[in-house]
Design a protein around this ligand. Sequence first.
Ligand code: ADP
Length: 579
Amino acid sequence: MEVKGEIYRVAGPVVTAIGLDAKMYDLCKVGNEGLMGEVIQIVGDKTIIQVYEETGGVRPGEPCMTTGMSLAVELGPGLLSSIYDGVQRPLHVLLEKTGGFIGRGVTADGLDHERIWEFKPVVKKGDSVKGGDVIGVVQETVNIEHKIMVPPDSPASTVAEIKSGNFTILDTICTLTDGTELQMMHRWPVRKPRPVKRKLTPEKPLVTGQRILDGLFPVAKGGTAAIPGPFGSGKTVTQQQLSKWSDTEIVVYIGCGERGNEMADVLWEFPELEDPQTGRPLMERTILVANTSNMPVAAREASVYTGMTLAEYYRDMGYDVSLMADSTSRWAEAMREISSRLEEMPGEEGYPAYLSARLAEFYERAGVADTLCGEKGSITAIGAVSPPGGDFSEPVTQNTLRIVKVFWALDAKLSQRRHFPAINWLNSYSLYKEDLNDWFTENVAPDYVAMRERAMDMLQTESELQEIVQLVGSDALPEEQQLLLEITRMIREIYLQQNAFHPIDTYSPFAKQYKIMQAIMKWGDAAMDALKSGIPASEIVKMESKDDLPKVKFEEDFEGSLNTVLGKMDKEFAALGGR
Ligand code: ADP
């Protein structure tokens, strides 16, 4: 039902209306152009609306009405490969409708209502069904089967009629005995988490093929991680690597108001990326939600929820989904701007007091779950944070840190030294390590965990020794410590550094990660033994095989070249002999 009111006040993206009988989060049409907005506060007879479009030129006295519905997304076949704005309007439709630039008051359906899909039922007349159950499937892309589910909030009923064949997403494909007609599409309000049967403890890692992530700071599938870092430190490259290589089936990428040209890069680059799992375009299993900073803040605020709801929908089918939000700082800034327009009491650095609650609500929607249809699905949520000046003590980074369980801290100093990924191994952490130990022991190697901890300890010691080295130079250190610095240099340069743009090095399977680390440790142990038997460190570090080792990770025949180097290493150590 549409109730008409009138605009009373306009303050940037925040419009106050009177005469509206609205509920919180109702969707409204604002002004003569019918701009889209959402009720965010009701005070007495005044309804406060955040508008998703530019409000320049909108004046008091213009009409305003509520639609009685909350901001919802269309869910059904056709989501994959789409590029949306923050309120699920397909960007190409917006551009077509407005002739090249995105105008105002344009409505566009999230899904193509005319496209024909082949629906194959999996239930028959007389079967009982309830919310979340799968009634049929559609081959959405070459590799992704889309499950058509009864909307999660529907009561239990029985199938009265079910069709098979070619339909649009609006055609009725199933009728229930209670009279409900089901289509391939349903709508879901973005601010309401989609229900699951139960949430489970994540116990498998997200396999990313990135050595520092998998090896030292693993995130669980269904876990949460943050990538904070200053401009140019590698947030986007890391998120793209994760999108491309992680062993999830679906990727939702929310580009949340980075500078316009950066988002444009993502929009150009993503459609070009090849899916290494299938050799087909990565976009076939990706949904992009794009908000540049020249789009209004309210749409930016909504985009995070839109993206999360799309991720939940595929999780409900039983898929593993990775959700990237780049960057959550821009989302928080949108909250700050809206909050200040509402004249709310500002919290730290002007952010609203509910900043941490909103961040927590967002990350809580990630997880592994038993879905209503009896499958197991997951959402791994990874948020980039761009603290001004790279200062991690600011509120968005700090609040995120309290919520997420993995922290991949990007470091400007490392990126300046061209150490990539520029993830600082001393500041980063993963709280999933312990939970995943069994998995690593069973699936990678029995000594994998111990080796990782040993490497971490050595890196820690290195950072302590560095201080001394800076004061007095490395020659002043005992020989054993000089050798230790040699081993940690190898860990950093061979194991931790990984070139995202090298065709072989860009992805490192677990077996390779393990063997690289094992080779470094082998050299380290043999070197320490040699030292004990009286050979000077200066001689040990001259070995050729040690210098051959860094090249091995770039070789197509990794195993072969590694074995050659290891063989050479044995010979060289034997030749050194003992004194
Ligand atoms: P941010 O998103 O933090 O501003 P980018 O992700 O755009 O930073 O990274 C900046 C640059 O750093 C990239 O263009 C690339 O040259 C380099 N870079 C970052 N990560 C890697 C990596 N893993 N391998 C190689 N180069 C990298």
